[in-house]
Write a protein of this length. Structure first.
Length: 110
């Protein structure tokens, strides 16, 4: 079966998703983690309701970033590494957003 030619305009063929070493993913993931923790930690310190949500989300975000570091240095270069880094970064954003929405929803009910 013939392989299709590389099309740089196709999202799946972008260098950041196919041949990157993963450093850009770590930098952007670190920035997202810092922003997320900058929101979640004060919420946890102020004991915003539901009390366990911001603290738990902050720990999960930290663990997900450590998983990004492990994936970067433990997997061979290629699409698998970049996919793992992308999924971890999306998970950091999802967990942070979900925690903030849960706390905000609770604040509107109080």
């Amino acid at each position: 079966m013939a392989e299709r030619p590389l099309d740089r305009t196709r999202m799946g063929d972008q260098p950041a998703l196919t041949s990157s070493r993963g450093l850009s993913w770590l930098i952007l993931g670190g920035l997202l983690t810092l922003v997320s923790l900058g929101v979640l930690v004060p919420m946890a310190v102020q004991r915003m309701q539901p009390t366990a949500v911001p603290g738990t989300a902050a720990v999960v975000v930290g663990v997900l970033y450590v998983c990004m570091l492990i994936a970067r240095f433990a997997t061979p270069p290629g699409r698998l590494r970049l996919t793992l880094l992308a999924v971890d970064m999306l998970a950091i954003g999802f967990v942070s957003l979900l925690a903030v929405l849960l706390v905000a929803e609770r604040a509107t009910l109080a």
